[in-house]
Design a protein around this ligand. Structure first.
Ligand SMILES: [Cu+2]
Length: 98
């Protein structure tokens, strides 16, 4: 199956904060994307604490990337794949910021 990145992270104000790349050695959380899941599907972060999300394509091609960020506010943010029917097949998750 041709795999194309189209990850939607509903961050909104989530990404507002100090750019993660301005920080030294943030926590690294590896998230593997496969057919049809995020592993882990529940990601726990802390407001004000920089993190590097290492997103790995587990479906074949080696299109992986890092997302460096500092969550600004506590909350629960949905995570879903926007490919046709993928979220319906279970490719969803949550990011919880405490
Ligand atoms: Cu998907």
């Amino acid at each position: 199956m041709a795999w194309r990145w189209s990850l939607t992270l509903s961050f909104g104000a989530f990404l507002l904060g100090t750019p993660g790349w301005a920080q030294d050695a943030p926590q690294v959380i590896t998230v593997t994307l496969s057919s049809y899941a995020f592993t882990p599907s529940a990601i726990a972060l802390k407001a004000g604490v920089p993190v590097r999300l290492h997103l790995v394509n587990g479906s074949g091609k080696s299109h992986s990337f890092d997302l460096r960020l500092t969550p600004a506010r506590a909350g629960t943010y949905p995570l879903k794949c926007t490919h046709f029917m993928h979220s319906g097949l279970g490719m969803t998750g949550t990011i919880t910021v405490q």
